[in-house]
Design a binder for this molecule. Structure first.
Ligand SMILES: Cc1cc2nc3c(=O)[nH]c(=O)nc-3n(C[C@H](O)[C@H](O)[C@H](O)COP(=O)(O)O)c2cc1C
Length: 215
């Protein structure tokens, strides 16, 4: 991260992040900054570090208009600076050799270990049933999405995750190939109206210790 970026502390970020649905349409986010935020989000964990997420950034006014009906006319997709379509790459595991080579070059992984890890991983992922692969990319995509939203908040931006869109229409309109699965849309920009506060279940109602029996 460039030294000039001011970020909020973690406690503030998690407490002040709220889904924002009304954005100041005059605010743009420079592509370089969006890239920095996506790079920070990409520090998220993923299955065998395969990083199967892919980002389709929709920041052009004409593309935003095409996205609007696909996103159930949720106007945040036109008012926010950008909407990120988080996609999961069902073939993304094939990058594991390149990823492990990078780790070797950086001194993070011994070469013989990387070779074995790559071979085993390629075999394993290639043998998975399609629904398992789909589940893996969805989990990875959820993690990177959350990290993106926290990163954005830490830099003073607001977001809203959206599952309310038609994935088939998104695929058609933006010519998304079959191996990329739409996971989530995330609008990012500056709030025109703050997000409303939301309640959370008491932690004792949803936490169990060693057994699901409460008594
Ligand atoms: C998978 C998922 C899908 C969501 N889809 C939408 C959506 O389509 N439109 C919307 O306005 N908010 C959507 N939300 C935002 C939730 O309504 C919101 O996260 C929740 O009410 C909690 O509020 P908070 O994010 O402000 O803490 C979605 C959230 C998630 C995690």
């Amino acid at each position: 991260m460039p030294a000039t970026v001011q970020t909020k502390d973690y406690g503030t970020v998690v407490r002040e992040r709220h889904s924002v649905r009304h954005y100041d349409p005059s605010v743009t986010i420079p592509r370089d900054e969006l890239k920095e935020m996506l790079a920070e989000a990409s520090l998220a964990p993923s299955s065998s570090n395969t990083q199967t997420w892919r980002f389709l950034v929709i920041d052009d006014p004409e593309a935003k208009q095409r996205l609007l009906p696909i996103a159930n006319n949720q106007k945040q997709v036109v008012e926010a600076a950008a909407t990120i379509a988080v996609l999961g790459d069902l073939n993304g595991y094939k990058e594991i050799g390149r990823i492990n080579d990078m780790a070797v070059k950086a001194g993070y992984m011994p070469e013989d270990f990387a070779k074995q890890f790559t071979e085993n991983s390629l075999k394993l992922y290639a043998s998975l049933p399609p629904e398992k692969m789909r589940s893996i990319v969805q989990i990875d995509g959820g993690l990177v999405s959350m990290q993106f939203m926290l990163t954005a908040k830490s830099r003073g931006y607001d977001t809203v995750p959206m599952g309310g869109f038609n994935p088939q229409k998104l695929v058609e309109e933006f010519s998304i190939p079959d191996h990329l699965v739409p996971i989530m849309l995330i609008a990012v920009g500056k709030a025109a109206t703050p997000g409303r506060l939301t309640a959370r279940l008491p932690i004792d109602d949803i936490t169990f210790w060693n057994s699901l029996n409460k008594s």
